[in-house]
Design a protein around this ligand. Structure first.
Ligand SMILES: O=P(O)(O)O[C@H]1[C@H](O)[C@@H](O)[C@H](O)[C@@H](O)[C@@H]1O
Ligand SMILES: [Mg+2]
Ligand SMILES: [Mg+2]
Length: 279
């Protein structure tokens, strides 16, 4: 049976690669920074320019499709995931890294139908690594198959997480409480690439056993969520229930054993959901 979404996925790969070229050029000469939800939640003209380019290119080919884009939402658009074919776009995942020329900067494009991700594309453009996954057809990096780690002992694991963009003392306390408890299991190490999408691709690649974070958005994790599961990994909510794309909470792991062990140590809290209805 012809794959209904293959042409859309091919377009996503092509436009992610083009976006990566734009980002690499901008890295050399245009990193003007402004801020969003806090003084450390950064955005640049390149984030906005890349998102507009991706959305415009999709609209020309798939005019009926819908969008959830990080910078469109920041400009006031709703972020409701419906049953319609929806492109979930983070034009630059790792904007802080981009501003500092720290070498992990990704373009993340997820595609959902009936609120289920059908393909995911994450282009780590400074590494030139194109991560892709199509539901039921595996996950790849530059065309090579991906497989999660087979480690089941958390004490032999590396765990990835991020400090996020909130500096609210209560949120920071939660983050450090979880970090301290996980580090002292003990695990071999804790790492963070500075981008949720790349962290999830590191889980899919078997380089880290798990990644967790509270405070991310649907555009950070939509593409990576399918790349992880198509590489044999699992997704979970930080309190052990089912992963929810719009909840702003994620545990992505190589297997259920590691995921459940990490969940035990996380000081969970519930940020405002991505699909919250504004008052
Ligand atoms: O770089 P962006 O797209 O803003 O996404 C990152 C977010 O800003 C950080 O707060 C998170 O900790 C990262 O995981 C996101 O990748
Ligand atoms: Mg992001
Ligand atoms: Mg971003």
């Amino acid at each position: 049976m012809a794959d209904l979404w293959q042409s859309a996925m091919d377009h996503a790969v092509a436009i992610a690669r083009k976006a990566g070229e734009t980002i690499r050029e901008a890295l050399l000469n245009d990193r003007k920074v402004t801020t969003k939800s806090s003084s450390v939640d950064l955005v640049t003209q390149t984030d906005q320019k890349v998102e507009k380019m991706i959305i415009q290119s999709v609209k020309e080919r798939f005019p009926a499709h819908r969008f959830i884009g990080e910078e469109s939402v920041a400009a006031g658009e709703a972020s409701n995931l419906t049953t319609a074919p929806t492109w979930i776009i983070d034009p630059i995942d790792g904007t802080t890294n981009f501003v500092h020329a720290f070498p992990f900067v990704a373009v993340s494009i997820g595609f959902a139908v009936n609120s289920q991700v059908e393909f995911g594309v994450v282009y780590s453009c400074l590494e030139d690594k194109m991560y892709t996954a199509r539901r039921g057809k595996g996950a790849f990096c530059n065309g090579e198959p991906l497989q999660v780690s087979d480690q089941t002992d958390v004490k032999q694991s590396i765990i990835a997480t991020e400090f996020g963009s909130s500096r609210d003392p209560e949120v920071v306390e939660n983050i450090f409480s979880s970090l301290r408890k996980i580090l002292c299991i003990p695990v071999h190490g804790v790492r963070g690439a500075g981008t949720a999408a790349v962290n999830m691709c590191l889980v899919a690649s078997g380089s880290v056993e798990a990644y967790y974070e509270i405070g991310i958005h649907v555009w950070d994790v939509a593409a990576g969520s399918l790349i992880v599961t198509e590489a044999g990994g699992v997704l979970m909510d930080v309190e052990g229930g089912e992963f929810d794309l719009m909840s702003r909470r994620v545990v992505a792991a190589n297997n259920k054993t590691i995921a459940e062990r990490i969940v035990k140590e996380i000081a969970a809290f519930q940020p405002e959901r991505d699909d919250h209805s504004p008052q």
